[in-house]
Every structure is written in C-alpha cells, then in structure tokens.
Design a binder for this molecule. Sequence first.
Ligand SMILES: [Zn+2]
Length: 112
Amino acid sequence: MGQANVNKIRNLPMAGMILGFCFIVGMYFAVRGELHLLATILGSIGALVLIAAVAGYFIAGAISMRSAVFICCPACHAQIRVMGSKDFCLRCHIPLRLNEDGRWEAAATTTK
Ligand SMILES: [Zn+2]
C-alpha cells in the first residue's frame, strides 16, 4: 500500500513549511532572550524558507492539476486523480498501473 502521487509531490513543500515554522519559533525564543542578531538571522531564514515552501506547494498543486487525470478506481469505483503510469488509489490505496491501451487497472498487490 502506498501514497498517491498527487499527495507525494506535496510532501517536500509541507516539510519546508514545518522547517520554516521551526525557524520562526527559534526567532521567537531569540527575541525573548534578547538575542537580536540571532533573531534577525532566524527570522530572515524562516521567512525565506516559508515563502519558498508556500510557492513550492502551489507549484506542486499546479503540476498535479495539469498532469493528473481523473479515473474511476477499478477496485472501489471512486473518482480519483492519478499521475504518471503507476499510482495508488486516493481512496482505497491499492496500487494501480496504466495499461498499453490507456486503461488503468489494479496492479499486482506484491509490487510496491
Ligand atoms: Zn480505489
């Protein structure tokens, strides 16, 4: 069982947002401790990381909107979005693959 590609490409920007938030928290404690130079450095890095992460999140969203296709899951019959030639169902998380004839089918569950 794996994670759908449309969710996977959002993980890096999400990690960046958490990292940026950690810098902001660090800045807060630096301000409390009267370490103004450290607070400025942490605040600047935090702001940059957060801006980059938010931008990356929207870019990831735009990529998934453009390259993801809507299909009906062969196992749970839900309307799901898939990307590439191998993906996982967003609803039931079974592995799916694209056939040569352009149809999506449930891949063997042994493949990762
Ligand atoms: Zn499904």
